[in-house]
Design a binder for this molecule. Structure first.
Ligand code: CP
Ligand code: NVA
Length: 305
């Protein structure tokens, strides 16, 4: 099926991603000025959540309502997915009834398999491997505060998780240099490192990685599904905390981000989380605007296509 999906940042070209970010900023201004943009009355999005969420659910549900459509929350516990109905059969049926599908789940293959059997666009709202929607918001936030990220140095600190993998894809698509600081055993996907060796470097010393960076980013030490590993992970990842000391070696106008939820004084210092000038809250809000731009694009394409 020839349908445009958003399984990872690689599903859109760099030029398309740039346009999405610009549109997100326009939609934000429209929203703030109180101008409604209900372009998709009657459109329905199915939201399949196999993991918890605050930002993703609220931003997609609010965004769809603001675009004039409707979002439907589906959890595996309440659908036949939880009783073993194949993902492929679910994709065929759900996509025959709605206009776009959003999935947050464990294995990335679940999103791939759903998309392969879906007649409508599928959005990856986080898998164990990627979180591309968050990168749209992060790139929008950087651009709004500091302009183009092209050629800049970005430093990822801590676990080489789904967000880190997405930053590797972002380095390619948004054209920046990525330094990853992580301990042995916590590196991101080896195939991604290999494919992007021209712009991504792994460091063991966080200060080396953070030097002159324009943006520092971190995330939780134990992602959803890894809760039982928290103590082991904390022991290894503590030296990689995003804090005032590390910010001191970055560029003087460096920004720092965290996709949230955050644990103060674990992966990020309480001082940085609660700093009055942090952009972390803008970053969270931008999930709404960036995803509205994404929905607009996917729903318009589906209508034309
Ligand atoms: N950042 C993010 O995706 O947050 P939620 O888990 O609350 O959706
Ligand atoms: N890496 C985190 C991101 C949460 C938004 C997780 O997967 O739990």
């Amino acid at each position: 099926m020839n349908v445009q999906h958003f399984r990872s940042l690689l599903d859109f070209s760099p030029r398309e991603l740039d346009a999405l970010i610009d549109r997100a900023t326009e939609l934000k201004a429209l929203h703030r000025s109180g101008q409604p943009s209900p372009q998709f009355p009657g459109s329905v999005m199915a939201m399949i959540f196999a993991k918890s969420s605050t930002r993703t659910r609220v931003s997609f549900e609010a965004g769809m309502a603001q675009l004039g459509g409707h979002a439907m929350f589906l959890s595996p516990g309440d659908t036949q997915l939880g009783r073993g109905e194949p993902i492929e059969d679910t994709a065929r049926v759900v996509s025959s009834m709605v206009d776009v599908v959003m999935i947050r789940t464990f294995g990335h293959d679940i999103v791939e398999r759903f998309a392969a059997h879906s007649s409508v666009p599928v959005i990856n709202a986080l898998t164990d491997d990627f979180h591309p929607c968050q990168l749209l918001a992060d790139m929008q936030t950087y651009r709004e505060h500091r302009g183009s990220i092209v050629g800049k140095r970005v430093c990822w600190l801590g676990d080489g998780n789904n967000m880190c993998n997405s930053y590797i894809n972002a380095a390619r698509q948004f054209d920046f240099e990525l330094h990853i600081a992580c301990p042995e055993g916590f590196a991101p996907r080896a195939d991604l490192l290999e494919a992007n060796a021209d712009r991504v470097t792994v460091f063991s010393d966080p200060r080396d990685a953070a030097r002159d960076a324009a943006l520092l980013v971190t995330d939780v030490w134990a992602s959803m599904g890894q809760e039982e590993e928290q103590a082991r992970r904390a022991a290894a990842l503590t030296p990689y905390q995003l804090n005032e000391d590390l910010l001191g070696v970055a560029a003087t106008d460096a920004l720092y981000m965290h996709c949230l939820p955050a644990h103060r004084d674990e992966e990020i210092s309480a001082g940085l989380m609660d700093a009055p000038d942090t952009v972390i809250w803008d970053e969270a809000e931008n999930r709404l605007h960036a995803q509205k731009a994404l929905l607009e694009r996917l729903l318009s394409g589906a209508r034309e296509g």
